[in-house]
Design a protein around this ligand. Structure first.
Ligand code: RFL
Ligand code: PHB
Length: 389
């Protein structure tokens, strides 16, 4: 097979890139190691910045998002048994949209299928070759048969554990990483959300987050030690723990019910520099990870892909490689700011096992300062809704 751009991974980054390229007539093939059902079964992000909504509009897949997405003008911080609203819209004139990553993926998959563009699902042993020259090759096996895709460019959109970044010699990269000593235990339930907006709660037993997917479907998280096993958490144990970390009013109005998904996600900050190796470009979680506290992962994937799509279009159509040459440096500036915000909000809201009494007082003072200072709230709001693209 031959194509202009071979895309590794059919997560939101790969699918969005495919759609943006298809819209401008650039040939592409996506190679994904899992089945479509598996990809759609992963429950992940829920908050879209306006830059991401714009990207989905540009890709022509925003109709359902505009119908079903919930626009949120604020978030709440909870500590010391009290809730404090941060009015994002009043502070920075922008909002965020609640619309699940699963739904974004579903809309992108449907558009790709409608356009009749090739996606190879359940590809095994995917490998990348010769991307330091002008004729890169992607190989994989499917149903016991070996296949080869010849292309001009490879986009590595295969997430943190994917093969793309691992295909680059370690000596060509500089990796930056922080692994946090805790994870998030999350559940999804068909119960009405406890409040109209998200609640980020800091409590002596650990962080908790009340989020949602719709007016009838909730997503809740509690911070747990990294060693915790999901099998040890019955639904009742989860609800009890969540209730105990919320302010009394929220705890009282929490509606519980059976979980329809339950999983633990580790928390990590990670950046790979650069994001380009010859004709291989990394995008999304393949190049960087943020702890989910700032709700930035999917949004960063979308902004990488917007930049990459523009670069690939200029290169494929007009043989103008300047934007591709600037890709890595341009993305990394935005990525590092999102890394900083996600690290800061994680540090502010979570309990660290090694925190001494001084560290705890500093955390408490910072929360107190934050909710009492319009300037500090504005800085949070500016980052939460997403820095300008
Ligand atoms: P993905 O979604 O991991 O997709 C990568 C795809 O590549 C495939 N793959 C391979 N394909 C072929 N060959 C191989 N060797 C391959 N190896 C892997 C995989 O099967 C997969 O289909 O990466 P992508 O597209 O870069 O998207 C990134 C986002 O998924 C991620 O950043 C967000 O989910 C992070 N995140 C959040 N981001 C937000 O913007 N807002 C949020 O509210 C938010 N909440 C979250 C989150 C992530 C979480 N977890 C589970 C870590 C909440 C949680 C709990
Ligand atoms: C989610 O709904 O999954 C979610 C929302 C906000 C975050 C992280 C995750 O900061």
């Amino acid at each position: 097979m031959r194509t202009q751009v071979a895309i590794i991974g059919a997560g939101p980054a790969g699918l969005l890139l495919g759609q943006l390229l298809t819209k401008t007539g650039i040939d592409n093939i996506i190679v994904e190691q899992r089945s479509p059902e598996y990809v759609l079964g992963r429950i992940r992000a829920g908050i879209l910045e306006s830059v991401t909504v714009d990207a989905l509009e540009r890709a022509g897949v925003a109709a359902r998002l505009h119908e079903e997405g919930l626009v949120h003008d604020g978030i709440e911080l909870s500590f010391d048994s009290q809730r404090h609203r941060i009015d994002l819209h009043a502070l920075v004139g922008r909002s965020v949209t609640v619309y699940g990553q699963t739904e974004v993926t579903r809309d992108l998959m449907a558009a790709r299928q409608e356009a009749g563009i090739t996606t190879v699902y359940e590809a095994q042993d995917v490998s990348l070759h010769d991307f330091d020259g002008a004729r890169p090759v992607v190989r994989y096996r499917k149903g016991g048969v070996a296949h080869e895709i010849r292309c001009d460019y490879i986009a590595g959109c295969d997430g943190f554990h994917g093969v793309s970044r691992q295909s680059v010699p370690l000596t060509a990269t500089q990796l930056f990483e922080r692994v946090y000593p805790f994870g998030w235990l999350g559940i999804l339930s068909d119960t009405p959300p406890v409040a109209d907006e998200l609640i980020y709660a800091s409590h002596e037993r650990g962080f908790a987050l009340c989020s949602m997917r719709s007016r009838t479907r909730s997503r809740y998280y509690v911070q747990v030690p990294s060693s915790e096993r999901v099998e040890d958490w019955s639904d009742d144990r989860f609800w009890d723990e969540l209730r105990c970390r919320l302010d009394p009013q929220s705890a009282q109005s929490l509606v519980t019910g059976p979980s329809i998904e339950k999983s633990i996600a580790p928390l990590r900050s990670f950046v790979c520099e650069p994001m380009r190796f010859g004709n291989l470009f990394l995008a999304g979680d393949a190049a960087h990870i943020v702890p989910p506290t700032g709700a930035k992962g999917l949004n960063l994937a979308a902004s990488d892909v917007l930049t990459l799509a523009d670069g690939l279009v200029a290169a494929c159509r007009h043989d103008d490689k300047r934007e591709l040459d600037a890709y890595s440096a341009r993305c990394l500036r935005r990525i590092w700011k999102a890394e900083r915000f996600s690290w800061w909000l994680t540090s502010l809201m979570h309990r660290f096992p090694d925190a001494d009494p001084f560290a705890l007082r500093m955390q408490r003072a910072e929360l107190d300062y934050l909710v009492g200072s319009e300037a500090a709230c504005r800085a949070l709001a500016e980052n939460y809704v997403g820095l300008p693209y």
